[in-house]
Write a protein that binds this ligand. Structure first.
Ligand code: E4P
Length: 215
């Protein structure tokens, strides 16, 4: 499973990219707004640091505007994926952009039917938001399971990008369900590597080695 970073913070992106395991980055208008920087400037910066897919979302809500914005955004770097919301206009824009070879990440997906439509429209990625589903009292992972089964039944090439991750366990569950990608906020990325038994085990190994004058 590919691991993306879900942030627009360039320092975090540089930090985790240096570990060598960041396969891509997702941003959204709220994440960009937090950084107080223009979308174009930040996306170009990110695309220089991370060679894998970098998602940038359109601000327009009508199909014509999304297509125009999508075409512009796609020119910023070779690894750009244009994010469009799963609305009738978003689906229309996705078909037009995909036919032109522009890769679309269909975002704000909350049901298997929306994911089915995104795949039919030619989206390269579909982004189900599991954390927000759980917050609303649903079982987000069930939607991932349903989407995986549907895509498998019909051999859709659209990749399942599990988004709105709130815990390390959800990363494990995404991988167990065979999701293609999981996009993870920086705070969760840190927790993926951390384990108290790793820390205490390493401490003990080094103490024993010192006692035996091995180091
Ligand atoms: C995905 O691409 C979105 O940026 C993100 O995962 C949304 O997560 P949130 O629900 O924590 O805002």
């Amino acid at each position: 499973m590919k691991l993306f970073l879900d942030t627009a913070n360039i320092d975090d992106i540089k930090k985790y990219a240096s570990w060598g395991l960041v396969d891509g980055v997702t941003t959204n208008p709220s994440l960009i707004a937090k950084e107080k920087v223009s979308l174009e400037k930040r996306i170009k910066e990110i695309a220089k640091v991370v060679k894998g897919p970098v998602s940038a979302e359109v601000f327009s809500t009508d199909a014509k505007g999304m297509v125009a914005e999508g075409r512009k955004i796609a020119k910023w770097a070779k690894n750009i994926y244009v994010k469009a919301p799963c609305t009738p206009d978003g689906l229309q824009a996705t078909q037009i952009l995909s036919k032109e070879g522009i890769r679309v990440n269909m975002t704000l997906v909350f049901s298997a039917n929306q994911a089915l439509l995104a795949a039919k429209a030619g989206a390269a990625f579909v982004s189900p938001f599991i954390g927000r589903l759980n917050d609303a009292g649903h079982e987000g992972m069930e939607v991932i399971e349903e989407i995986a089964e549907i895509y498998n039944n019909y051999n859709f090439k659209t990749e399942i990008l599990v988004a709105s991750i709130r815990s390390p366990r959800q990363v494990t569950e995404s991988a167990m369900l065979g999701a293609d990608i999981c996009t993870v906020p920086a705070a969760i990325y840190d927790k993926l590597v951390k384990h108290p038994l790793t820390d205490s085990g390493l401490k003990k190994f080094l103490e024993d080695a010192k006692k035996a004058k091995l180091i």
